[in-house]
Design a protein around this ligand. Structure first.
Ligand SMILES: NC(=O)c1ccc[n+]([C@@H]2O[C@H](COP(=O)([O-])OP(=O)(O)OC[C@H]3O[C@@H](n4cnc5c(N)ncnc54)[C@H](O)[C@@H]3O)[C@@H](O)[C@H]2O)c1
Length: 256
C-alpha cells in the first residue's frame, strides 16, 4: 500500500509525549511532513529528531495552546516557512484528580487550567490553522475520551469530563459547518492508555485500574501506538466519507 499521508503537512499538538508522539511517528511513517508542537520544547525537539533519525520529515515548534496570539503566530510562521497545513491533530491535554468537593482553591485552578488547555486550546489552534485547512480541504482529528460520554472515577476532575464532552461537541459543530468546504472533522475516544498523564494514578490506585480493565473486553490498557492507527485512518483518504464522528479506541470499554 502506498504511504497514506504523502504530500500532507500535519500539525500535532502535545506531540512531545504519549499519544501525540505516537501519532507523529505514525504520520511520518505514512509519508506526512510532521510539525511537532508542544509547550515543552525539549520533548518536542526529541520527537522531531527521532522521526528524522528514522528518515521521516519532522520539525518542532514550542507552543502553549492556551496562548491564542502565539497560536496565530505559529500558524503564520508555519505558512511562511513550511507550507499549508492539511492535517491538524488537537491532542495536547492535561488531567488533575481533585474531586469537586476538594480544596476550593485547587478545584478552581483545576477547572481553569483544564478548560484552558483541553477545550480552549482546541479552539485556539483550530482557529489559527482554519485558513490553511479550508484551502487544502483538510482533516481535523480531535483527541477526545470515553469521558466525552461519561465520568470515570479513577479519580478524575469534573473539569476533565466537561472539557472532553466539549471536544466532542466542537467536533460535531465544526464537521457540520466545514463539510461544505471539504474539511472533515472527527474525534478519537481513547480508553485507558499508558502514558505519563496517568502514570501516578495507575501506580497509586491498582484496584481502580483492575475495575477499569475488568470492564474492558480486550482486558488490557492501551499503548500510545494503539491510537496511531485510528489517527492515520481519520487523516487519510481511507476515511473520505467519514466526518462528525468519534472513533473509540478503548478496548471496548464503552460497549459493556
Ligand atoms: N492517556 C489516556 O489514558 C488518555 C485517555 C483519553 C484521552 N487522552 C487524551 O490524550 C491526549 C494526550 O494525552 P497523553 O495521555 O498522551 O498525555 P501526555 O502527558 O503523555 O502528553 C500530553 C502532552 O501535552 C503537552 N501539553 C500540556 N499542556 C500543553 C499546552 N498548554 N500546550 C501545548 N502542549 C501541552 C505536554 O507537554 C505533553 O507533551 C490528551 O488530550 C488526553 O486528555 C488520554
Amino acid at each position: 500500500m502506498p504511504a497514506l499521508l504523502k504530500n500532507h503537512i500535519a500539525v500535532i499538538t502535545g506531540a512531545g509525549s504519549g499519544i501525540g508522539r505516537a501519532i507523529a511517528v505514525g504520520y511520518a511513517h505514512e509519508g506526512a511532513q510532521v510539525l511537532v508542537l508542544d509547550i515543552n520544547g525539549e520533548t518536542a525537539a526529541k520527537t522531531a529528531a527521532d522521526i528524522r533519525a528514522g528518515s521521516g520529515k519532522a520539525q518542532h515548534f514550542t507552543l502553549d495552546v492556551t496562548d491564542r496570539a502565539a497560536c496565530r503566530a505559529t500558524a503564520a510562521k508555519v505558512a511562511t516557512e513550511v507550507g499549508q497545513v492539511s492535517i491538524l491533530v488537537n491532542n495536547a491535554g492535561i488531567n488533575r484528580r481533585n474531586a469537586f468537593t476538594a480544596d476550593p482553591d485547587a478545584v478552581v485552578k483545576d477547572w481553569q487550567d483544564i478548560m484552558a488547555i483541553n477545550l480552549n486550546g482546541v479552539f485556539n489552534v483550530t482557529h489559527a490553522f482554519l485558513g490553511a485547512l479550508r484551502a487544502t480541504k483538510g482533516r481535523i482529528v480531535n483527541i477526545a475520551s470515553i469521558q466525552s460520554f461519561m465520568h470515570v472515577r479513577t479519580p478524575n476532575s469534573p473539569a476533565y469530563t466537561s472539557a472532553k464532552h466539549g471536544v466532542l461537541g466542537f467536533t460535531r459543530a465544526l464537521a457540520a459547518e466545514l463539510g461544505k468546504d471539504g474539511v472533515r472533522v472527527n474525534a478519537i475516544g481513547p480508553g485507558l492508555i499508558e502514558t505519563p498523564l496517568n502514570a501516578q494514578v495507575r501506580a497509586n490506585n491498582p484496584e481502580l485500574v483492575k475495575i477499569f480493565l475488568d470492564h474492558t473486553p480486550l482486558g488490557r490498557a492501551g499503548k500510545p501506538e494503539d491510537i496511531a492507527g485510528p489517527a492515520i485512518f481519520l487523516a487519510s483518504d481511507l476515511s473520505a466519507y467519514v466526518t462528525g464522528t468519534i472513533v473509540m479506541a478503548d478496548g471496548g470499554y464503552r460497549t459493556i
